[in-house]
Design a protein around this ligand. Sequence first.
Ligand code: TYM
Length: 343
Amino acid sequence: MTSPAQPSTAPAAKPAATASTPLKTFSGIQPSGVAHLGNDLGAIRNYVKLQDEYEAIYCIVDYHALTSTHDPDVLRERTRDMAASLLALGLDPERCTLFVQSHRPEHTELGWLLTTVTPVSWLERTPTYKEKRESQPDDINHGLLTYPVLQAADIVIYKATLVPVGRDQAAHLELSREIVRAFNNRYGETFPEPRAVFTEAPTVLGTDGVRKMSKSIGNTIDVLGEPETIRKQVMSMVTDTQRILRTDPGRPEVCNVCQLHRFFGDDYLEIQDGERTARTGCVDTKRLLAERIIRHYAPARERYLELQAHPERVAGILEEGADRLRPVAAATMAEVREKMGLR
Ligand code: TYM
């Protein structure tokens, strides 16, 4: 659901294109395996929508993943699973470019160049860096600190301006804008400032009802998984913790299950009313949600299984995506090298 405490953010209005700011959308996603409900409601739905409105580029960020994933086979498998997930959930290689970050190594060169305009103090303040220092204290590698600089490079190498992401990426996007300003101030106008585009569910809470849905926390709903897995995950969801008895009136505004119903049917106000008046119990509401999620994602799951059975198709799409971007990345790098005195 969208976190009940936060108002949902409406998708940004379509800005006007000008000759100096060609409208391009770019986003990146970690190869964390099969996409979960938070990825889809928070970001992927907008990737799919924007591919019809703008030139759209989407990237599976395996260089970023190396800051936490150190097993090569696991990284390869998760990259494949995420690519198949994105295609199954609606990315169309005819309408967008999908590729793997390490297949366009110019990203790391630009990342390095951008570190030279980025004060360390900006990076030390980044919320995700602070979180990682807590969650992986034995592995605070340098990549974790410079992570947002590489993220800025991912976006600006294609001079993209619109970045569909969930709310957890807002601080990174703000940093990207600061890095762009710092570069442009020092070397002259080169990159446009990118901005975040949110869906109506910018923060999807996990099954614990408290923290953001995330693979690393283990509180996900795996929308492309077996129906039985989805049922188990939804039935384990924490609802309104103050509703003890079936006859107690519920508070749908703080109940993750009730909030998620908004995205799976037009009758969510009725569902919320049923909870508020104790006409329905939490278990009924969860059962209904599980069945609706399973039904909604059934066609995507079929496509996912089909793609997993033909990994060569997925590999071909990713290779072609990276090839298509070669001239764009090369042109930006030539311009940047020239401006920085490397030519
Ligand atoms: P990542 O892989 O953590 O997440 C991918 C996308 O899914 C969104 N998301 C969520 N949205 C709402 N609720 C949730 N529970 C939830 N979980 C994930 C994220 O906001 C994100 O949009 N740093 C990025 C990857 C990245 C990137 C980029 C993004 C690298 N380079 C350039 C944009 C542009 C990340 O780790 O996303």
